[in-house]
Design a protein around this ligand. Structure first.
Ligand SMILES: NC(=O)c1ccc[n+]([C@@H]2O[C@H](COP(=O)([O-])OP(=O)(O)OC[C@H]3O[C@@H](n4cnc5c(N)ncnc54)[C@H](O)[C@@H]3O)[C@@H](O)[C@H]2O)c1
Length: 327
């Protein structure tokens, strides 16, 4: 039985089923929960059902949990009707601090005090979100990248008023549904995933602006080079491989100083309208006739394949067998 905040989770409320919320709704239905979605927009329910129908094929390929069904979705435009029976809330409303502060105060009033409320907010810190709530101790960030029904990472971070128990329960809940939660010990704008993307993209834009690389070649340099490996192993563990037989110790003794020199030479682009236009033109050349939905489908198919392969490898390791399949 999957629990959160020490009680079984049967019903999950999705507040704001837009780009991220719709994908979370699909994920929670695929994990066998009842899902109630709430959004005041008149076309929200139709858009959500269409999104879930499209995502269901990928979710089926990746593996549905017992009881998974699209029929377990209900929708309402009334926030106060959606929350009283929710065992867990995933919030995905518009990213505006004033709006979210008010929304969280309303959600806190309408949600049982023993239910966690997790926000998908990409940049607003949890201390800000919970600042006007009557029961702030169960409010935290549960942030992933787009689309949540494919990406395993969930960043969990609490605010100054979040209880340690709520953090532990959120980590356990996301792990129980097959996610890879990480705990951020401190609040930071953009949490961690977006900061890592920003750090890399700062240099990508710098290299484009300095006319070192075209937009297309910069993408190749990431996704067919280090990015391909980052999808398998994290950057610190990879340095262990870079050190050869001497591993990470050899890397630190002999290769870190040259890397530190490169770090000092990294640039900061001047984000001008011209640079933005150069990137837009380069991306549209790459996309050619493929629509965004087609590109997302291509990406999802490859990611599911990679995650399945990683799952097989990890299962072999957990059975004590060699991680690599026999030739
Ligand atoms: N888009 C991304 O790639 C991405 C990735 C990670 C996290 N996020 C975060 O997810 C959140 C939502 O972003 P998005 O891109 O999905 O936005 P979006 O505009 O697609 O969706 C927001 C939804 O909230 C609804 N909404 C507005 N007022 C509401 C209310 N009072 N109650 C309930 N619903 C309401 C809107 O109608 C809309 O459907 C933001 O906090 C954002 O930072 C977005």
């Amino acid at each position: 039985m999957i629990t959160s905040y020490n009680k079984p989770v049967h019903r999950i409320a999705i507040v704001g089923p837009g780009v991220i919320g719709a994908s979370w709704a699909a994920e929670y239905l695929a994990r066998g929960f009842d899902v109630v979605a709430t959004d005041p927009a008149p076309n929200a329910e139709a858009n959500l059902r269409k999104y879930i129908d499209n995502a269901w094929k990928d979710l089926t390929t990746a593996g549905l949990s017992k009881g998974a069904s699209r029929d377990r979705l209900t929708c309402t435009t009334d926030l106060k009707a959606a929350l009283p029976k929710a065992d867990f809330v995933q919030e995905n409303g518009p990213e505006r601090p004033d709006f979210k502060i008010k929304l969280f105060a309303d959600m806190s009033d309408a949600t049982p005090v023993d239910s966690l409320i997790a926000s998908s907010s990409s940049g607003i810190t949890p201390s800000v979100l919970q600042s006007k709530c009557k029961h702030p101790e169960r409010i935290l960030i549960g942030h992933t990248s787009n689309p949540p029904h494919i990406i395993p990472l969930v960043e969990v971070v609490g605010g100054t008023k979040t209880s340690p128990d709520a953090i532990q329960q959120a980590l356990a809940f996301y792990a129980a549904i097959g996610k890879k939660p990480v705990y951020l010990k401190k609040e930071l704008p953009g949490h961690v995933g977006n900061r890592l993307q920003a750090a890399l993209y700062r240099e990508v834009m710098y290299l484009i602006q300095q006319d070192v690389l075209s937009v297309e070649d910069a993408d190749v340099a990431v996704s067919y080079g280090p990015g391909l490996r980052w999808g398998v192993m994290g950057p610190s563990l990879q340095w262990h491989l870079a050190g050869g037989a001497g591993g990470i110790k050899h890397f630190m003794d002999h290769l870190m100083d040259p890397l530190a020199g490169v770090i000092k030479s990294l640039g900061t682009p001047d984000i001008t309208p011209e640079l933005k236009q150069t990137i837009v033109e380069g991306v549209l050349r790459q996309a050619a006739t493929r629509l965004v939905i087609e590109l997302a489908g291509e990406e999802n198919e490859l990611l599911i394949g990679l995650l399945r392969l990683r799952g097989q490898t990890e299962n072999r390791a957990s059975r004590g067998e060699p991680k690599r399949a026999a030739a």
